[in-house]
Structures are given as C-alpha cells and as structure tokens.
Design a binder for this molecule. Sequence first.
Ligand code: COA
Length: 257
Amino acid sequence: MALIEVRSDGPVVRVTLNRPEVRNAFNEHVIAELTEWAQSVPGSGARVAVLAGEGKAFCAGADLTWMSKMVAYSGEENERDAMAMSAMFQALDTLPIPLVGRVHGAALGGGTGLAAVCDIVVATDDAVFGFTEAKLGILPAVISPFAIRKIGIAAARELFLTAARFSASRAQQLGLVHAVTSSAELDPAIDAYVRELLTSAPEAIAGAKKMISAVSGRPPAEVAELTAQTIAKHRVSEEGQGGMRAFLEKRPAPWVA
Ligand code: COA
C-alpha cells in the first residue's frame, strides 16, 4: 500500500499521508515517497497541491519507532538519514506551485514542520500543534529553519523549549496557520483557496515563491536589482503580456479555465 496517496484532479493534486494507524508519522519510506512526489511536480501540469492526512490526524511527526532504531546506525548513516528528511522539507518548501496544508487533529513535531513548509494552511478549530520533540528527549532540528522563518525567534524560544502543544488559534496568531474553520467548513475553505489560486498565473506564482525567499530578511537596497530584474522579466513574458492584455481587453486571463 502506498504510504502517500496522490490523486490528480485536473490542475489540482491532492497528496494524502496514508499511515493512519500511526497518525501519519513519517519514516524513511514516507520521506522517500514525498520527496519523489515533490521532485515530479515541475512539468507535471499540476498548478496547486493540497497536503492532507488520512484518518484521525494530519501528521504525528517523525516516526518514533524509526527514530529510536537509529541507535544501531553508524554516525554517518544517522546523519545521511537526517539529511534525507531535510531534503524532503526543502523539496516541499521550494515547490514551484502553491502547497496548501489541510490540517485536522494533531500536527506535532515534524507535522508542525510540514505545516511550516506549506504556503497556506487551513486548520480545524480543534487541531493541535506543537514542537513536542524536547518532551521526547530530542529537538526540532531539521524543521527549525522552516519553522523559525514562519513563527520568529521569540516564539521558537518559547515553543521549542516548553515543547507545549498549542491550539489552531495560537498557530494562526503565529503565522503558521492562515485560516481556522470548523470540521465541516475545512474542505470548503480549502476549495475556496484552490479556486482563488487557479486564477493567479502559474509562472507568476512560481516567481513570487522564489522571490519571497530571495528577498526575505535582506535590506531593500540590497535586493533592488533582483526585484527590478524579476519584474522586468515577468512583464515582458508571454504570460505577463497575455494577462495584462486580457485585463485591458476586459476578458479572462488565458490561464483562467
Ligand atoms: N511515531 C510513531 N508512532 C506514533 C507516533 C509517532 N510520532 N505518534 C503516534 N504513534 C502511534 C502510537 O504509538 C499508537 O500506536 P499503537 O496503536 O501501536 O499503540 C498509534 O500511533 C495511535 O496513537 P495514539 O496516541 O493511541 O492516538 P491518539 O489519536 O490518541 O493520539 C497523537 C494521536 C498524535 C496526539 C499522539 O499519538 C501523540 O501525541 N503522538 C506523539 C506525537 C509527537 O510528539 N511527535 C513528535 C515526533 S518527533
């Protein structure tokens, strides 16, 4: 049985973590499947991805049965394994299409890490987040750059150290979650985001994602050339020209189905 289920519905691809018996905890096989999927996205025709979890929870983080077995690995094997996990987060983080997280139940440890690499997260009002690693004698290392970028240093110092679980509404205050809904409203809210994203231009989206990460944390003067080059490229592109012309001629943009 596949550990992740990938279903395409036109330009929308739905990726569902599929180990409900362990609350979708990820081991090396899930990591390999998710990384492979992320690497297959460019050129696939997909324009929006939705990441969800099967069963009671979104994701209980790294599989503790798998991680506890590391004691029998050499230091080198152990680090190689952790690098594979890092590569998975990196591949998801740099997808050229929007990644929308559909969070219900628990999103703990690496599950909160997965939320951190989504562009948009919608969570149910009873969802629970947490960087729980320190409660287990470990720490949120691999996910830390992605998490800190979203929640900031002050919250990271609190939440990595207390390892306390926190609510969807706290996650929203921290910028980890964009919308909180009832369970019944979760899918309609996701669908509304998906519809909105499909009316934005694909190359503009991919360019915006790259640009956000290239300019963030840098002084405006230092990135002025990069931002000028970026708009200069997009406004003369076929997509940019097509989109602006459609607006001026009062018709839908070419990428709007
Ligand atoms: N790794 C491996 N197995 C896990 C797991 C994880 N991260 N999280 C849950 N499981 C397993 C449990 O051991 C249990 O196995 P069992 O049926 O053989 O006893 C099964 O999944 C169901 O878990 P359970 O705790 O009974 O389910 P629940 O719905 O009551 O609670 C959670 C779900 C996710 C809230 C709870 O399991 C939990 O807190 N997990 C730990 C999450 C965590 O701290 N992750 C950080 C990892 S770095």
